[in-house]
Ligand binder design. Sequence first.
Ligand SMILES: C[S@@+](CC[C@H](N)C(=O)[O-])C[C@H]1O[C@@H](n2cnc3c(N)ncnc32)[C@H](O)[C@@H]1O
Length: 634
Amino acid sequence: MIDDHDDDAPGDPGHREADAREFLPLLEKLNAEHGFDFREYKTPSLARRIRRRMRQVQAASVDDYARQLESTPGEYDALLDVLLVNVTHFFRDPDVWAVLRKRILPALLEAHQPPRILRIWSAGCSSGEEAFTAAICVAECLGREASTFDVKIYATDLDEDALATARAALYRVDALKDVPPELVSRHFQKEGQLYRVRREIRKWTIFGRHDLTRDPPLPHIDLLLCRNVLIYFDVSLQRRLVPRFAYALRPGGFLVLGRAESLLAAPPFEPFDFKCRIFQRGNLPDRARLSSDEFVPPGFVRQARADARVAFRFHTIVDALPAAVMAIDHDDTIVTWNAGAESLFGIPQTVAIGKKFRDLDISYRVDGLRSAIEDAKRGDGLARLPPVVFKDRKGVDVHVELSLGRIANEDDRVGVVVTALDVTDVAALRTELQRVHEQATTANEELQSTNEELETTNEELQSTNEELETTNEELQSTNEELESTVEELQCTNAELGTMNAELENRSADLDRSDRYHRLVLDALAEAVILLDPGLEVTHWNHAAVRLWGLKPEDGLGRPVANLPVPELARSAAAAARTAVETRRTTTVPAVPYALPGGERRSAVVHVVPLLAGDGAPVGVAVIASPTDTPGDGG
Ligand SMILES: C[S@@+](CC[C@H](N)C(=O)[O-])C[C@H]1O[C@@H](n2cnc3c(N)ncnc32)[C@H](O)[C@@H]1O
């Protein structure tokens, strides 16, 4: 942590001044854009800290760093951390606290008659250790009487982060190293590894942001602790604070400075303990001066307090309004700038008030606002502008509704009060509504087209259905026809069965008759062969086997002319042809022939044509009977 006391390293002062001037534009920027005015802080020490930060972020030049400050989120806070040295601890400078506990606090408490109020102000309180040390000392002095006193310890600082730590009142054990153990156990409670200041002490403290160089001092203070803050200010700024401190302290009140701060040993302050840098404000009210060269006339303080109360109430009311309110005088000077305007436009009240409106970037960031203000002053503008959009410091779009009203000052000169209502949420909702509406319209259109498609599909389905019904009917009738066909077939089948049975019977009859006729043919002594109209052999009896010397299976199917006994075969064939042609029986009386063994024989051959009913020849019967039996010698 940086030590606040050895911050200014020795060196050639002239050289240091020259060096530090290059940072002036950066300090101007911090003042104009963020409301932190370091321009009257000791420049060498500021310059050294800024350079250290520049080295950490590798900025090549101040311009380069200024650009980084704009573009890098969090850099601005980091720079503030560097510029505002927050070094502090409980019971810092124990001898000072010893004097406060033993001499000053008892005296102050003693002096207070009912309603017994004690007001302490820790200005530049950092993370709260100084304010809580004061509270612990008061509690120790009051003992059991603590509840009978209305103790108020105002603890203020410029650094919001430090104030947040102070409000939490939670500290690491090493922060308590200078707190006597009995006070630790009486005024702190352990929470895990940390220690929290007890509620009875905390309830006396009120933390708030306050800039010693700009904000009005807090009044009626009994004890003002402003330690190790003035060492960062240059001499002229320190001088300007003397009357403010004088105004803050009630006559007889005490001012405690840091070890290295002594400049304020000037009227109306008198050293009380110079070694501990404790001063007492003189008793006479008219010795307090509001500025180093201005005398405060009697009655000023009362009137000023009354005015301050009215102004305070006015500002509290205007600050509490949800809208951003700014009042601009006839000459373009901003006279009112409430908390809403501060947060909406990102410009602190301390920066805006007293500035010309045209000098604030917001005058051109919000389109049409300047001309609307001029129109309003002339009395011919719109009282309410249509919503406008501008970008905030983070580049985010902000939607505002602006209303303008004319105001007259004491000299009847006309200014304007502008009210800006942040309607970003409403605009977002409107956009969302529009989107939802468009979605709904699209969905509706899609639904309609889907509906139409469904209707078409439905019609198609209906016609398909009708077709199916027709097909069904056709199928039904086909089915019926098929059924009747089946019945007919069944009936035909039955008839066929009957016919089949008959045929089988007849076939059996035929077989029987065939066998019978064969038997008859085989019983004959003559050789009988039957020929078809083409003169091929179809029947062959036993006697034929003997005559022709051929088994039936070898004779059947052969043309008669090819039978093995050639003379007999030729005669039979010639006679058969004649019989077919003439349709008459032909007899060849003696046909000589030779048996395969060379034996000579002869036979009578009758050829009988077999005629159908209509006389057409269906075959020929060849009946051959040898005229001589073997051995006859014939
Ligand atoms: C070194 S600390 C002193 C803390 C404590 N008073 C002490 O002596 O232990 C200086 C504090 O002064 C604060 N400070 C610097 N400029 C200030 C200003 N213009 N108004 C109020 N506080 C300021 C810083 O933020 C820082 O917290």
